[in-house]
Design a protein around this ligand. Structure first.
Ligand code: AMP
Length: 213
């Protein structure tokens, strides 16, 4: 089963992807997580990636596509995968289709999470994440039990550098212009299922599970 989670920043893709990956035993492939990891390494590439992310801009297609192609060639992705945050442009979607077709595979489903823009800004400005395990918190709806400490692993909980008002606005604009056309692209293949991402996490998860099954 080859799946894509699509939706604006703050739609809950990361949160849902982690739950789906466990339930359906699929590798969760998040380009954002991969780039943040590389950025932390402090390498030259890492610094470049950090520049794009801090500005809320997309990393160039050729870099993203190369990273994803390599990740998809790993053994664990042979049985299927769940993509989170990729593809984000038409060029990425076409490159993905081409790479999969070369292996006799295709995208089986695209779960499109919908959330309105005001809610995105509200969610992202109060989002906090664990630097060690990536667990996601929200100051209002789901705070860590002990301030700045991850409930799951004890790691440090921080605000992502790109979760500030100016960058959030850029990221939403980039989504609207470059990523939202993918809904139409995949709709023509008949694989898109839209799910209301405004509901509580467990409700959204139930609906996603029903759609996947
Ligand atoms: P995310 O964690 O998915 O919100 O991604 C964080 C940032 O990483 C984005 O704002 C982009 O700068 C970069 N990024 C992640 N995935 C992609 C992608 N598929 N194409 C281009 N840039 C990406």
């Amino acid at each position: 089963m080859n799946l894509i989670l699509l939706g604006p920043p703050g739609a809950g893709k990361g949160t849902q992807a982690k739950k789906i990956a466990v339930k359906f035993d699929l590798p969760h492939i998040s380009t954002g997580d991969m780039f943040r990891e590389t950025a932390q390494s402090g390498s030259e590439l890492g610094k470049q990636l950090q520049g794009y992310m801090s500005a809320g801009k997309l990393v160039p297609d050729d870099v993203v596509i190369a990273v994803v192609r390599q990740r998809l060639s790993s053994d664990d992705a042979k049985k299927g995968f769940l993509l989170d945050g990729f593809p984000r442009t038409l060029a990425q979607a076409q490159a993905l289709d081409k790479a999969l077709a070369g292996d006799g595979k295709k995208i089986d489903g695209v779960i499109s999470l919908t959330v309105d823009a005001d809610e995105v800004v509200r969610r992202l400005s109060s989002r906090r994440v664990c630097v060690a395990c990536g667990a996601s918190y929200n100051l209002i709806s789901n705070p860590a039990k002990k301030e700045d400490v991850c409930d799951a692993c004890g790691g440090k909980v921080i605000q992502r550098a790109d979760d500030n008002a100016a960058t959030i606005r850029n990221r939403l604009e980039v989504y609207r212009e470059q990523t939202s056309p993918l809904i139409e692209y995949y709709s023509s293949a008949g694989v898109v299922r839209e799910i209301d991402g405004m509901q509580p996490v467990e409700e959204v998860f139930k609906k996603i599970c029903a759609v996947i099954k």
